[in-house]
Design a binder for this molecule. Structure first.
Ligand SMILES: [Zn+2]
Length: 597
């Protein structure tokens, strides 16, 4: 049996077999029935949505002697002759025949009358690939077409078609095919093939088709070859979609602001070899499912996930805030766009996940500290990268967590369950900026190789429990006066703290090399007390993290460059007014148009 792809094998012969695109079909069939066809059409739309298929059916329908509901009858003399192959229907692939020569030749050929039926039909696929001069030659033909000629131009990129051509065509826009229709189509085909299948497997293939019938059928074909019965596990194996339960854990952690878990699950998934792009896509797909589960009563039918996975998705949807789901989706879609320019896609993804799972609630600060320390430690492996020398070792900073507020002590003051990687307490690697080689993705690609190196930790692993709490006097703020006295400029900036803060964030973005620090600093209230800049947060976690020596140093240096010699980080200072984050965002990025609804 000769091999024929599913898409070709099940290519419909009549308009009835077309999946969706009713609006296009309706216009074309009514033109056939009224015998009022145009001489030039432009079919636009994403690939695999049926443009060429419909063009072929239409080409036979206009010639058919007795069309049925606007479709070719398939039995009349003309239909039979056209099936055999006729010079009356010509398909041209503009991708390979894009020169002016071909179009001039075409102009001569169209003059000859049709052999079989009433019309000669020219289907020019990928028409946007024509050169300018070829378009001009084609235009001449379109301006005075012989009565027996019909042109069907098909393209995925209508914006590349000259206006002069557009104005002479009847334009029909093809739409992406809804998943439900793809599912129905595939189910029909599998039944014809007498292939056993699970509905969940079909739904997964239809989703992977992403609106394109052709893409879906080629995936289906691979799955059919892969296993006797079409099962959900077989499909996920073919698609390379790893265990969605693990992805679900990640999504859940992100939406519930459980940053430690989010980061550790991300590390685990990527550690198993999944690529950043695939993970991001899986996460976005799952977020889409969560959105549906949150908002649609018929979610179970719509999503057609395996029961256990649906229960997980529904559970996440019930737990998570709708706003959190939306925000996560927005951040990650933005990241998806940025990935192709990122020198280190992994860092871009991790920064995005950090941003999404940003702990605004009452997450355990110790747990957060440990997780961030783990992340920093990973990055610290870079410090040994030859590009930048490490600073001289200094005594290990004795960092003690800040006193908890009057609330009763938490049940698990240290060592959160999620933590698996031992803390590196080597003085050298702690003191060296763990983000030394980190750059934001849009900047110079200094990072990628070093980040992925398998450099082992330099010191013996040690228990990472925070040092025991010392009985210090109650303290809700930490004082860090003049961190960089030697750089004190003669004329410090004073006045508008907000302006300084905006400058500070821009500077930090350029130089801090730390996605974590930048994120932590992005929602602080600011004010001046004399010449001291007060940075205030109402989050204990952020307060604790910013209190770390390494971050204090970076903040101090960054402010020093702006002429601020003294600063202080405070926790929930009642004296400092709360900022308006939206106004801030606009201010910080005033060079960019931002629209917030
Ligand atoms: Zn016919």
């Amino acid at each position: 049996m000769s091999h024929l792809s599913l898409y070709r094998k099940f290519r419909p012969e009549t308009f009835e077999g077309i999946v969706r695109q009713e609006h296009v079909v309706k216009i074309l069939t009514s033109q056939v029935e009224k015998k009022a066809v145009s001489h030039a059409y432009l079919f636009t739309g994403p690939r695999g949505t049926g443009k060429t298929t419909i063009a072929r059916i239409f080409a036979r329908a206009v010639n058919c002697l007795s069309p049925v509901n606007g479709s070719p009858c398939g039995e009349c003399a003309v239909c039979r002759a056209l099936k055999e192959g006729s010079l009356d229907i010509t398909e041209i692939d503009a991708a390979s025949n894009n020169g002016v020569g071909e179009m001039r030749e075409l102009r001569e050929k169209v003059q000859y009358p049709p052999v079989t039926g009433q019309y000669k039909v020219y289907i020019i696929d990928e028409v946007h690939m024509l050169t300018d001069s070829a378009f001009n030659a084609l235009l001449k033909t379109l301006e005075e077409p012989p009565a027996h000629v019909i042109f069907i131009l098909a393209t995925t990129e209508p914006q590349k078609i000259p206006a002069t051509i557009l104005s002479r065509c009847m334009r029909l826009d093809f739409k992406l095919i809804p998943t439900a229709d793809l599912e129905k189509h595939l189910t029909g085909i599998l039944r014809q093939l007498h292939k056993e299948f699970e509905p969940e497997a079909v739904a997964a293939i239809a989703r992977a088709g992403a609106g394109s019938d052709r893409d879906m059928l080629s995936i289906a074909e691979a799955c059919i070859v892969y296993s006797e019965k079409l099962t959900y596990p077989a499909v996920t194996a073919v698609l390379g979609a790893a265990d969605l339960h693990e992805t679900a854990n990640l999504v859940r952690a992100m939406l519930l602001s459980d940053m430690p878990t989010a980061i550790s699950v991300t590390e685990r998934i990527l550690g198993e070899g999944k690529s950043v792009g695939v993970l991001l896509k899986d996460v976005l797909d799952l977020l889409g499912s969560v959105t549906v589960a949150k908002n649609c009563k018929t979610a179970e039918t719509l999503l057609a996930l395996p029961k256990d996975l649906f229960d997980v998705v529904k559970g996440i949807a019930d737990e998570a805030e709708g706003r959190a789901i939306l925000r996560a989706t927005e951040v990650l879609i933005k990241t998806e766009n940025e990935l192709r320019f990122a020198s280190s896609p992994r860092i871009a993804l991790e920064a995005a996940i950090l941003r999404v799972s940003y702990p605004e609630g009452d997450s355990n600060p110790d747990a957060l500290l440990v997780r961030i320390a783990t992340l920093e430690k990973k990055l610290a492996a870079l410090e040994s990268a030859p590009a930048r020398p490490a600073p001289a070792p200094q005594p290990a900073p004795a960092y003690a967590p800040f006193e908890q507020p009057p609330a009763p002590p938490k049940a698990e003051p240290s060592a959160p369950p999620a933590r698996e990687v031992p803390e590196d307490t080597n003085p050298a690697s702690q003191e060296a900026d763990p983000f030394e080689s980190y750059d934001f993705p849009t900047e110079e690609p200094v990072f990628a190789e070093a980040y992925f190196s398998d450099e082992p930790p330099k010191s013996a692993p040690q228990k990472a429990a925070p040092p025991p709490r010392e009985e210090k006097p109650k303290q809700s703020e930490t004082k860090n006066e003049e961190p960089m006295p030697e750089e004190r400029p003669s004329a410090p900036i004073s006045g508008d703290a907000e302006v300084v803060y905006a400058k500070f964030m821009r500077e930090l973005r350029k130089t801090a090399k730390s996605g974590v620090l930048f994120t932590m600093c992005s929602d602080l209230a600011v004010s001046f007390e004399g010449e001291t800049l007060i940075l205030c947060t109402d989050s204990e976690s952020i307060f604790s993290i910013l209190g770390r020596e390494i971050h204090q140093k970076t903040i101090g240096e960054t402010l020093a460059r702006l002429g601020i010699a003294s600063f202080e980080v405070r926790l929930a200072g009642a004296s400092v007014p709360k900022r308006d984050p939206v106004a801030e965002l606009k201010k910080n990025f005033k060079d960019y148009p931002i629209e917030i609804k």
